[in-house]
Design a protein around this ligand. Structure first.
Ligand code: FAD
Ligand code: SF4
Ligand code: SF4
Length: 1014
């Protein structure tokens, strides 16, 4: 477990935190905010720390955080802060890459409550939304009307419209749809002095503009500035579509149409006004599309071709380079798609997307793409130079697979475990297409000169390629290299009349370079705009105007005094660098990209989905851990109550381990914290009851009627809750005397293929029917099933899971040692170890290796399979013979989080499809919310139910009585029973029922009625 954490370095940081905590005005500000705001008001170090970073490499502790419940509250908070002389930074998803959302004033988080669609005009294709609405959420609501908002940023699952407007964000298809600015019709926003204004289209004479006198005066001044500076703007603003840096003064110059004042706010990064509503232009959803994958033998040729390919008016041209392709080839799930879409060994491919309403037109353009490539001299028969051609992708499922591959390729790149990481600072420069080839070639030269490299990908059609050179910003020399690379790259971009800020905005990274790009006069204009809107510098100062130096290390997440003291950890973290045997490196993997804030799809992160608190998301937890181990939250922060509160709603579903782009494994980190906590504070009674369950299970079974007494008396339930903290609203699993036991060492045909059945504590003690069913399935399948007696002759074998969940790592190790001893003879001769309970069996694939790295443990881990994985493997090898009969028309299946995290859920669907006539439907669910002991806690009961109500319980309730509900997890079945009053079955039991049916109706029905497929 962790110890000595942070205390040695706490003093170093007290200066950074203390300077704000000792600020005399803060208590009054806090009191005023608390008495005027019903939403959260945070002034404690843990919560402030969670808002000190965004997806950039900066960190600035805010003085406080407000999470307003309404627009009125947000504006009240703004007024109080201004009154108290405090800065205000509005914040959405906090996914900015340039430090836009970090500041030392008050952060106002709009994402939790201000996220409604206010109005929708389907006919005129527009809507008005609150600023905190997430793009994907908005598009889900628009879909039923055949509409979408097409600024499809990669962070669509968590980026808010307010933040997208703040940064003038751009999607991959901006070639057709333009940037955020092009799709913003109007905005309502408050100036720093509280004046509410409507920013929309205005005639230059402002005739009939309905605004306050102050508003009219402001608009008049801005339009006058636009007129005065028109020539300078025309000369100095880069003429590329992807110019998102600086203020949009070009929106103010005289033109033949009305000026839109909202376009000045777009891209202003919260520095001019506080947006309360945004009116958006909507588009019809894309119905048809085709892709042409253009192959090139050299990267330079690909870049050079982009300018020609865009003439066919695709909606996107996206680059995937050799590095990304080879990364993809290493990932099993992408091998088939690369095999289909990629021919030969290209240095780069450009994925050209046509998406006109008429599919015939798309196909015709695809044909022209092939002709164009030929006209450009490319051919499959060419040698190295001009080798290439087009692979056509018409099938929608292949198109989706290609999109997934692209996204995952980036994730693999981002998941580097070493100290050096790909750093975002020159990652979205945009240059005119004719210069793209020279630009990229010279850029690689700059990287090489400074001893690094970077992979390029993304928006070739806009001349805006993403590239992150690998640097270690903890090192002064790498910070110097970053500065030099930035200066040289931006100078080159200016040479090509491009923009150093082509997608991600300015923040702290880019603002200081504006003068070189726009010239001193425009910089003075920016200052004038800021002064006119916000003379007291209340709104997010230090961005765009008067910025600090981008390489001011005191503003870095890893500032020069960042230190992690000695840590003693319980688990193996050796895959990562840093203190605690690598625990530091594992914690620091979080780069704040915010993918864990997604609200739908996948599993991550169930607690955030129900609370929408930064505290309850993987990112918030990882940031808190980082601050704690580096002493920034005071001594002993890791074992503190605040840390427990941070991890309290983490259900250890392991979804982040699988779905976080950088593989942050919070469930594993939580074990370390629980261990530290247990060591320092001991265990609660509830933790004891949960942790030691395998030790007292045998006794409880013998005393079953007594042990179950609590369930049958509401008085006892309430008493039990008081004493143990286990919710009176939950029935505990019923103990029984007839637990699963096997006296025989092996069952099944003597000549059958051998398999070990792992009888876990839960199924053994509570639901022996599942083990009986699995045993029957295996034996009838012709297998010789071993149920080995514990090698030490003691209590039943256990995986140690319950001990891990209580932080009792040593006890877990003891259990696993016993398991290893018992199963070693089988694993070492290649016998599969098959289990039913996902969280138990998968412990052998996961935590076992964090506790033991010897060859025997590795062998057991390698041979551990869930029943369905085993059956699929056998069926695929043509070895499975099971006479199955029909059992029901339909099965509705809920996957256990750990099955999903380990890619072990697909076999569940595959096995169920072996049952004749069974229509298998998977519930799109996150965690069931029960998660071991989590759902039983009186303090976590409601969160548990809320998680289940997100999609699982409603789906089960909708199912008709004849539908089988299938769930492999003991906890999942319990939650379904409690919440939807339906019994759910383990797959083993469905198969056993199916065997029974086949016996009743002996029409031969051999196993695999058809080959196993997904
Ligand atoms: C992995 C990754 C991929 C990305 N891909 C893209 C991409 O494809 N395209 C792209 O354009 N960007 C991209 N970004 C950058 C970022 O995700 C976008 O800029 C996103 O739109 C920001 O949204 P947000 O809600 O996180 O805003 P935040 O980061 O919270 O805020 C952005 C700015 O808006 C301001 N702001 C927020 N709300 C308000 C308000 N109500 N009033 C006034 N100002 C406000 C903030 O102060 C801040 O300056 C990416 C980032 C990451 C980490
Ligand atoms: S935990 Fe993972 S998904 Fe969440 S912000 Fe950090 S890196 Fe991104
Ligand atoms: S383990 Fe699950 S609940 Fe915990 S942080 Fe990861 S995704 Fe969230």
């Amino acid at each position: 477990m962790l110890s000595n954490y942070g205390s040695t370095v706490a003093s170093v940081y007290s200066r950074r935190l203390g300077s704000q905590m000792s600020n005399p005005g803060l208590p009054r500000l806090e009191t005023r905010l608390r008495s005027n705001i019903t939403g959260d008001v945070f002034f404690d170090a843990f919560n402030r720390g969670r808002y000190a970073t965004d997806a950039s490499f900066y960190q600035i502790m805010p003085a406080g955080v407000v999470v307003p419940r309404s627009t009125g509250e947000a504006l009240r908070a703004l007024a109080i802060c201004r009154d108290e002389g405090r800065k205000v930074t509005p914040r959405g998803g906090g996914t900015s890459q340039c430090g836009q959302t970090v500041n030392d004033g008050i952060v106002i988080d709009l994402s939790k409550h201000l996220n409604r669609v206010v109005s929708l005009d389907v006919e005129n294709r527009s809507c008005v939304v609150e600023p905190g609405i997430v793009l994907d959420d908005l598009n889900r609501q628009l879909k039923q009307h055949g509409l979408w908002f097409p600024v499809d940023v990669s962070t669509a699952s968590r980026a808010t419209i307010g933040g997208m407007a703040g940064n003038n964000s751009c999607g991959g298809r901006s070639l057709r749809y333009g940037t955020m600015r092009d799709n913003t019709l109007s905005m309502d926003a408050a100036l720093a002095d509280g004046t509410m204004l409507h920013f929309g289209e205005v005639p230059r004479d402002l005739a009939q503009v309905n605004s306050s006198d102050g508003g009219l005066e402001l608009f008049r001044d801005m339009l006058a500035l636009g007129e005065r500076e028109a020539a300078e703007i025309a000369e100095k603003f880069p003429k590329v579509q992807r110019r998102v840096g600086g203020y949009n003064l070009d929106a103010l110059v005289p033109r033949n149409a009305p000026n839109n004042m909202a376009h000045l706010l777009v891209g202003s990064e919260g520095t001019l006004a506080f947006t309360t509503q945004v009116e958006l232009k909507l588009w019809p959803v894309i119905r048809n599309k085709v892709l042409g994958v253009c192959h090139f033998g050299s990267f330079y040729e690909a870049m050079d071709a982009a300018q020609h390919l865009v003439k066919l008016r695709p909606i996107a041209v996206e680059l995937v380079d050799r590095t990304m392709l080879s990364l993809g080839r290493e990932i099993a799930m992408f091998q088939p798609i690369i095999g289909t879409a990629v021919r030969g060994d290209p240095d780069a491919v450009l994925i050209v997307e046509f998406a006109e309403e008429d599919q015939a037109e798309n196909l015709s353009r695809l044909k022209r793409l092939g002709e164009l490539m030929a006209d450009l001299g490319f051919g499959w028969d060419q040698r190295k130079r001009k080798w290439g051609g087009v692979v056509e992708i018409i099938e929608p499922s292949l198109q989706t697979a290609i999109a997934e591959f692209r996204a995952a390729g980036l994730n693999v790149m981002m998941s580097m475990k070493q100290e050096g990481k790909p750093v975002s600072f020159v990652e979205d420069c945009a240059v005119p297409l004719p210069h793209l080839a020279d630009y990229t070639e010279r850029l690689n030269g700059i990287f090489a000169k400074h001893g690094t490299s970077g992979t390029m990908y993304a928006h070739a059609s806009e001349g805006c390629l993403h590239v992150r050179p690998v640097l270690n910003l903890k090192l002064e020399k790498d910070v110097k290299a970053m500065r030099a690379i930035a200066e040289e790259t931006f100078a080159m971009v200016r040479e090509y009349k491009g923009s150093h800020s082509g997608e991600h905005g300015d923040g702290i990274v880019r603002s200081e370079f504006h003068e070189a790009m726009f010239g001193p006069r425009i910089i003075a204009d920016f200052a004038e705009v800021k002064q006119r809107f916000d003379p007291e510098g209340v709104l997010n100062p230090g961005k765009i105007v008067d910025p600090p130096a981008m390489d001011d290390r005191s503003l870095f997440r890893y500032s020069p005094d960042y230190r992690v003291g000695e840590l003693k950890t319980a688990l193996d973290w050796s895959a990562y660098p840093g203190a605690g045997g690598g625990f530091q490196g594992a914690v620091e993997m979080c780069n704040n990209n915010g993918a864990c804030r997604k609200l739908e799809g996948g599993v991550m992160c169930p607690s955030y989905r129900v609370t929408r608190n930064e505290k309850d998301v993987t990112r918030g937890r990882a940031n808190t851990l980082r601050l704690a181990i580096s002493g920034q939250l005071g001594p002993d922060a890791l074992a503190s109550d605040d840390m427990m509160d941070t991890l309290k709603l983490c259900v250890s579903c392991k979804a982040c381990r699988h779905e976080c782009p950088t593989g942050v494994d919070m469930a594993k980190m939580k074990i370390e914290v629980l261990a530290a906590r247990a060591k320092k504070h001991g265990l609660s009674l509830r933790d004891r009851l949960v942790g030691y369950l395998p030790r007292y299970a045998a006794l409880a079974s013998r005393l079953a009627p007594l042990a179950n007494w609590r369930n049958n008396s509401s008085l006892l339930r309430r008493l039990f809750e008081k004493v143990t903290g286990i919710s009176a609203q939950r029935a505990l699993p019923e103990w029984r005397r007839d637990v699963f036991r096997s006296d025989a060492e092996a069952i099944g045909p003597a000549q059958g293929r051998e398999v070990v059945l792992f009888a876990d504590t839960f199924n053994r003690a509570y639901e022996r029917e599942n083990l009986d069913a699995a045993l029957r399935v295996l034996v009838e399948g012709g297998y010789r099933v071993h149920i080995p007696k514990p090698a030490d002759g003691g209590r039943a074998i256990c995986c140690g899971r319950t001990f891990l969940s209580a932080g009792l790592v040593d006890h877990a190790r003891t259990e696993l040692d016993r398991l290893v001893m018992t199963y070693a003879p089988f694993a070492l001769r290649g016998v599969p170890i098959v289990g039913l309970e996902p969280s138990c069996l998968l412990t052998l694939r996961d935590e076992l290796l964090s506790l033991r790295s010897d060859d025997v443990a590795k062998s057991i881990s390698a041979h551990a399979l869930l029943l369905e994985e085993f059956l699929v493997r056998e069926a695929e090898a043509g070895r499975l013979q099971l006479p199955l009969g029909p059992v029901a028309d339909k099965a509705l299946v809920h996957g256990h989080c750990h099955q999903k995290s380990f890619g072990a859920f697909k076999p569940v669907e595959q096995v169920l499809r072996l049952v004749p006539d069974l229509d298998v439907e998977t519930i799109e669910s996150s965690c069931c919310g029960m998660a071991g002991a989590f759902g039983y806690g009186a303090d976590t009961y409601q969160a548990s139910i809320d998680m289940a109500e997100l999609s699982l319980l409603p789906a089960v309730r909708r199912a008709d009585a004849a539908t089988l509900i299938v769930a492999d997890g003991t906890s999942c079945r319990h939650q379904i029973k409690d919440g939807a009053k339906r019994g759910a079955l383990h797959v083993a039991r469905v198969l056993a029922m199916s065997l029974d049916r086949a016996r009743l109706n002996p029409t031969p029905s051999p196993v695999a009625k058809e080959p196993i497929h997904g």
